[in-house]
Design a protein around this ligand. Structure first.
Ligand code: SF4
Ligand code: FES
Length: 252
């Protein structure tokens, strides 16, 4: 019975032709949506209707649709990824909405993320930060070599917690300063915690924080909005660890 119930929703969506277009909100109706549709499937339905009517579909980023790739960047009703704890847009389901709801959909808003079209922003600034030092050039050897270095379980667990970051950029979009410190803190920490990452830790944190500033990201002023927006539950303690690594690097 419930399978046959459908919802009709009003969508107020940001439409922007290109980077220089000022953009504006446009209103659409999403019809025949069930609670089993994902949020992106709901947008697919709206786009099918638009294409059928000879109109331009709403352009949005997506890839894995499994919460892994970090592509699905949308601000829904004012919250990056829709504001549901530890949930990417692609993992958000229409059962969270009800018939007759009005939903606002916008792209990430941040100086370092220029809008390309509609809901798609250019997040290559995050790649620039990674290219500055978010890797290790040490040879880690084969599986046996990796296991030869004993790592305390709590340290390995903490490194894995940091490594959960999928580079979606919601932390930047949620931050009133447009800071990328949760993202960079996670990437710095996942390597700084492990023996193979320690060799280049000072050079890494120096280069990555420099790249962060050059890309136009702001600074952290402890709002904690990044942690609230993060679909992977990355903790702000990794910002504190990055700051400690940065200070240590100044005396290295
Ligand atoms: S820290 Fe969280 S919100 Fe920021 S890029 Fe990584 S996964 Fe996304
Ligand atoms: S589409 Fe990959 S995380 Fe959402």
């Amino acid at each position: 019975m419930s399978d046959h119930k459908t919802m009709t929703l009003t969508l107020i969506v940001w439409r922007q032709k290109n980077a220089s277009d000022p953009g504006k909100f446009e209103t659409y109706t999403a019809r025949d949506i069930t609670e089993h549709h994902s949020f992106l499937e709901m947008l697919d339905c709206v786009n099918e209707d638009l294409i059928h009517d000879g109109k331009e579909p709403i352009v949005f980023d997506h890839d894995c649709r499994e919460g892994i790739c970090g592509m699905c960047s949308q601000v829904i009703n004012g919250a990056p990824h829709g504001g549901q704890e530890r949930t990417t847009v692609c993992q958000l389901h229409m059962r969270k909405f009800k018939d007759g709801d009005t939903i606002y959909i916008e792209p990430w808003r941040a100086r370092a993320f220029p809008i390309i079209k509609d809901l798609i922003v250019d997040r290559s600034a995050l790649d620039t930060v990674i290219q500055a030092g978010g890797y290790t050039s040490c040879h880690t050897g084969g599986v046996a070599d990796g296991n030869a270095i004993l790592i305390p379980k709590p340290v390995a667990d903490e490194a894995m917690d940091a490594a959960e970051c999928i580079g979606c950029g919601a932390c930047v979009a949620g931050c009133p300063n447009g800071a990328a410190m949760l993202f960079t803190g996670a990437k710095v920490s996942q390597l700084a915690l492990l023996p193979q990452g320690k060799a280049e830790a000072a050079a890494r944190v120096t280069a990555m924080t420099k790249a962060m500033a050059e890309c136009g990201f702001g600074n952290c002023t402890n709002h904690y909005e990044c942690q609230a927006a993060c679909p992977k539950g990355i903790n702000v303690k990794f910002i504190a660890r990055m700051n400690r690594e940065f200070l240590k690097a100044q005396f290295a």
